[in-house]
Structures are given as C-alpha cells and as structure tokens.
Design a protein around this ligand. Sequence first.
Ligand SMILES: [Zn+2]
Length: 470
Amino acid sequence: MQEYEAVIGMELHVQLKTMTKLFCSCPVESESEANTLVCPICAGFPGTLPVLNEEAVKLAVRTALTLGCKVNKMSVFSRKNYFYPDLPKGYQITQYEHPLAEEGKLIIGNRNIRIRRVHLEEDSGKLIHTEDTTFVDLNRAGVPLVEIVTEPDIHSPKEAYSYITKLREILRYIGVSNADMEKGELRCEPNVSVHRKGEPLGTRREIKNLNSIRQVEDGIKYEIEQQINSLKKGRPVERVTLLWDEKQKVTKVMRKKETEEDYRYFDEPDLPPLCISDSFLKEQWNCIGELPDERRERMRKQYRLTQNDADTLVSRKLLADYFEDVTKITKDTRLTAGFILVELLGFLNENSIRIEDNPISHTSLSELISLMKKGVITRTVARNILPKIIKGQSPMKVVKQLGLEKMEEKEEMEKIVQGILNKYPDEVKRYKEGKSGLFGFFVGEVMKATRGKANPNIVGELLKERLSKI
Ligand SMILES: [Zn+2]
C-alpha cells in the first residue's frame, strides 16, 4: 500500500448568506414552498437582464481575503452552457477565465493547502423525485455561491476532513455562510487520483453527493482503495464522475466526465466586468475581525484556558462570545469555562437545544455562577436549576423560593447521613464486606435527599466517619 500516493483536490460550493439572489431581488430562503421565490430573471425568461448583488460580492471578497488570496481588480462573468431541467436558462452564470480571486492558502496542522481560485456563481434549481414523477423547484435557482478550488495538495481522507472542518469554521466565523452541509449550504466535490510515487499523476475521478464531512472522508477512502486495486490488477482507471451511495458506502459511476470544452464557455454579454476598488477591498478587510486561530491563541493566554477548553469554546463563535460575556461579569475564568463546557453544554445536549438557541442569557448565567462562587449554592444545585432560569428568571429568586441555599449546618447533614444509612442496611453490610464502590451510592443518596444542597466534601467526611463506626 505504501508505494501508492493519493492526490486529492477539492471543490467547495458555499451558499452565501445574503437576503436576495445573485442577479435578482428574490429572497433566499430554504423553507419556502416550491417555486414561490421565482421571478422572470431567475426563471430564465428571455429578454430579462441580471443585476449583480453587491452584498454577495462583499461576502465573496471577505472569503477570498481570509484565505489569503490575491483579489483581482477586474474579474469577468461567463456563461457555462449545458442543458439540465433545473437550469432554466440553459446556462449558468459563473466565472471562468478571470475569477474573482486566486492564489490563497489554508494551513492545516503543518500542511499548507494552496487555494487555486475563489469565484462567484449562481446556483441551479432543484429536482425533487417522487415515486413516479420528478418535480422542478426553482427557489434555489440564482442563489449566490462562492466556489473555492484547491490545488491537488491533499493526500489523505483525514486531511480532506481537516480541510473542510477548518474552512467551515472560518466561513461561519466571518459570517459569510451558515455552511451547513446537511442543508446543502456547503457542498464538497473532491477529485481523487492515485499514482506510484515518482511516476506521473493518475486519472482523476470526481465524487459527488457527499452530504457530510464524514461522508467526504468515507468516499475518498473508498475511492483510493478502488483505484489502488485497479492499478494493482493492471486495469486502467476510467475518467468518470462518481456518486457516493451512503447506504451501501460505495461510489457508483454517474456519467462519463465532460471536458471543459463541452461547456462552450463565453463571457456573459449582459454583465459588465466586476471591478474591485482598493477602498472596497479595505472596507471588506475591516469587516473580517478576529479569525478562529487568532482567537484560540488570545483566549488561551488571556484566560489561561487549557488548549482543549480553548478549542471547544472557539469552535463556535457564539459560544466563545457567550463565554467572554459571562466571564466579564463573574471574573472567574476557570469556574466559568468549566460550568459552560460541562454543565451548560450538557444541559443543551440533553434537551437537544442548539447553541444558537441557548435560552439562558449571559446575565442569568453569570448571576448563577456568582452564587456558586460566593458559596451560596453548590454546583449540583446550579446545574439543577438551569431549566428554571431559561425564561430570564433571576437565579437568586429561584434559589430563595425553592430554599436551595447551600446546607452548612453540620448537625442537619449528620441527621440525613444517618437516615440514609438506616434506610439501606443491606448496602451498608455489603460495603463493610468490601464492596467499597457503594460509597458513591451513599453520597448520591444524601445529595438527593438534600436536593443537592449539601457540600459533597462534608457529606463524604461524615459518611466515612459513620461507616467506620459500624
Ligand atoms: Zn428572481
């Protein structure tokens, strides 16, 4: 296996987060009823003229700048001609010979993945297949996309995985796209070839229909194995486009690959060249803000976070913002990071709430953490009352109403400890016979009986003392 090397290039289509389509004023929405977001321009009626959406240009330029690309002062739109039922005009407006930007890079680990080009184009409509019919929905026709193409610098399925993960994080950070693969906002088409090291490159085969980053990794892995098998048996690898079949975890031949000439590209006569001024570039540059890598490093130093905690917090911009807002008030970074990463994320996860929909305001959470810090409540109580402060109720009020202040009275705790030991004589007997694991059970029962108010350290001490005397 070692003698073969995989060479992978990646084409990514990213749906830009604009209000309207690329060349008309139809809204961009994914949930609307089919064919309700269509006008003569995006439906491809003859005689209509496209008008370029400036917001889409801004987002595409920010993407290019973030990837370190050289943004061309002048780029040109082209027609890519082909017939397909969801392409009403019979051509797609894209950029071909003169793209928006070129020559960027994305660093993953210690590897440099070169970006060949970044360009703007319009999306096609969608075909919806039912059992006996196929419908065409043009809501997506004309939605702005940015296409990001790498040089063939990726050499393993794992690297492909890291590349998309990192790129997605950046796209979300700079706010150009939600980049949700399941919703088709991020579509990835890797092309894969295999050759013996030192020999000429092999035949490239493109894989389509990959709907998650995991599928991209699986699809590439499968394709590399297939190509190596063919080469070993002396069979040539045919130049075709493949479809990933997620159910069977295999690639299938979709069609013979078209060549570029098949598309008969020519400059779009209805649009002038796209000119980018220096001041426009500067404005976009100023909109980008802090990027994930910089933020990770800053937060790790500023708050003395572990690498792991910094990674998790920064992986979602909203979460990092939230943490910084809460920490500003609690002034205890370690307690805040721990509580958000373990208790809050656990709570959201158990209730299938996305971070975007986190119902606990940063002020409520800071008040809760401050109560914990002052020793008014235990961490268990703080965790337990999360559902009670989702509508902005004051944590202090909730604690008072439910009488959840930390139990400090040792006498009171002693009574409860004794009560639990009396309640479970069999467990006490087994514990004395050597089942030491039951200790946690007793602590848990005492905590339950005190509704989490008791200080678990004191409970532990009291239990040890009592049990030793039995
Ligand atoms: Zn339209």
